[in-house]
Design a protein around this ligand. Sequence first.
Ligand SMILES: [Zn+2]
Ligand SMILES: [Zn+2]
Ligand SMILES: [Zn+2]
Ligand SMILES: [Zn+2]
Length: 248
Amino acid sequence: MILNPIQFSQKLIFLISLMFCFNSANAQVQPSLGGSSRLMNNAMKEMENGNYEKANIFFRQIIDSNLPIPPEMPYYFAETLYELKQYDNSANFLNKYLELNGFKGDNYERAKALEELLNIPLNAIKACELCDRRGYRFQECFTCEGSKHLEQDCGYCKAKGIVGCSKCVGSGLITKRNVFNIIEYFECERCSGQGRLTCPTCEGSKLETSACRTCQGSGRLQSDKVCDHKDENPRHLSFLFNRMKSHH
Ligand SMILES: [Zn+2]
Ligand SMILES: [Zn+2]
Ligand SMILES: [Zn+2]
Ligand SMILES: [Zn+2]
């Protein structure tokens, strides 16, 4: 099963919460850590060699295995995620670690130092407009290509650009009875005798613009690419292109 980063971190938080419940309810019971401590040792070995991608895989196996989670695991996983630039995930695990172990954790000092280190990238994420609040780069919406709107045939006039005049029911003429009770015909004032009017919805363009449903009118979608907070195409240019697109 492949989980996207959001699902993955939700699952992790859920599992860690479970672990927390288990620990507090059964403080005296030492769960067997057999399988998970083997995975943990593998992960730590990879960390020592700087292979954080591989360490990440072992840590994820611990979580996916439903085996008891070793108490120091959230710290080491947080450190690995920091190295992989998954700062939001890293902060989640670090907070859980500190919450679960407090001062008693073997890595308390290192955890506090990592917390300090995390402030820099987390503040950069907050300040960046190119990524979501978790630090993942937004991608341009593939449906509207970032323009936020979609043009479609005007539904009101069925893309004719004109509608029948409602005052004269399309005849262009208005009838009135004079004092002799004789019907007189007048040119309809509203449509100047044309019987039809420019469509009030599309103003004759035959097109209707509506907010893009794929991106809910934001022009962008989430991705799982970690953001470097650098703008590839200068903002003013893409803005200009979008304006040109919507005016042609
Ligand atoms: Zn869109
Ligand atoms: Zn009319
Ligand atoms: Zn129309
Ligand atoms: Zn960013």
